[in-house]
Design a protein around this ligand. Structure first.
Ligand code: BJW
Length: 245
């Protein structure tokens, strides 16, 4: 499908990514048949109540995922690279909002980005709210590097019932974007699942879904292209950059 004529090379773009973009880098998605939530329940590991009830279990879940992310076989793929290239080559603003807590977008070179669900390679102290870079394991005995207290260190990630990061900045960008692209997300989790309506209704943006298969919210998008992220994302970016000349 052709790109809309209303899109000009200085049009602001907002991109939302989800777990599907990192699947071909070797990281699991959540809701696919072999996904994370098929092995462990949200209520056990992804709520503040779960952490209060059994911090060791939650720490263990994230310790394993942190070490998987740090495995040298896990590297950014062609979709991450294409988005980093778009940010530098597109004359207008490109804001990348990721739901992912991995660091593959940064490793690919993206800089204007928001981790709305936090970052696996950071730890947050429940006692003093300090955020620290973190690559090792966390446990109840881990002291906070800032306040020294133990028992409060948790991964700096956003669990169900918690407020995602930088919502004001995200909604401001959605309200003025001309193009909204959603990549590799099932559209099950709010507020991210509502961004397409915001971009369409408030900004009048063109909206595109790039996903392995139609997501549950596909009808909200003006355009959709389906296939592996490493194929559909570079192809779509190439079309956009041809428009920029
Ligand atoms: C490929 C591919 C390939 C595969 N190529 N594609 C009732 C109604 C509305 C809302 C609520 C409600 N009850 C409760 C809520 C709110 C709740 C919510 O949304 N619940 C739903 C279950 C209904 N949300 C919250 O609590 C959020 N906070 C909140 O709302 O605060 C209040 C607020 C209100 C208004 C404004 C602002 C704030 C917090 C949500 C926190 C989510 N946390 C998690 C865990 C984070 C840490 C971690 O990673 O462990 O975030 S849950 C998990 O889901 C993770 C993900 O970021 C998130 C989204 O998943 P994602 O990325 O979409 O992955 P999948 O697996 O679902 O989809 C992958 C897709 O990729 C699939 O479609 C595949 O087909 C595709 N794919 N291979 C391309 N190669």
């Amino acid at each position: 499908m052709a790109l809309p004529v209303t899109l000009t090379p200085d049009s602001p773009i907002v991109i939302l990514t989800g777990a599907g973009i990192s699947k071909e880098s070797g990281l699991d998605t959540f809701r696919d048949a072999d996904g994370i939530w098929s092995k462990v329940s949200i209520e056990e590991v992804a709520t503040p109540e779960a952490f209060a009830r059994d911090p060791g279990k939650v720490q263990g879940f994230y310790n394993v995922r942190r070490q998987s992310l740090l495995n040298p076989t896990v590297q950014p793929n062609a979709a991450h690279a294409a988005l980093a290239h778009l940010e530098t080559a597109w004359p207008g603003d490109v804001l990348l909002v990721t739901q992912n807590i991995d660091d593959l977008h940064e490793r690919a070179g993206s800089t204007n980005m928001i981790h709305m669900h936090g970052e696996m390679l950071k730890a947050l102290c429940n006692h003093c709210d300090a955020v620290s870079p973190w690559r090792g394991d966390l446990s109840d005995a881990t002291p906070c590097p800032d306040c020294g207290a133990t028992g409060g260190m948790r991964p700096d990630v956003v669990w169900f019932g918690e407020m995602p990061y930088e919502m004001e900045r995200i909604f401001a960008a959605l309200a003025r974007c001309a193009l909204f692209i959603s990549i590799g997300t099932s559209g099950n989790v709010y507020p991210a699942a509502g961004f397409v309506q915001e971009a369409r209704q408030v900004a009048g943006a063109h909206t595109v879904e790039l996903n392995l298969e139609p997501s549950s919210g596909v009808t909200a998008f003006a355009e959709a292209r389906h296939g592996p992220a490493t194929e559909v994302v570079p192809a779509y970016v190439k079309e956009l950059l041809a428009l920029a000349g």
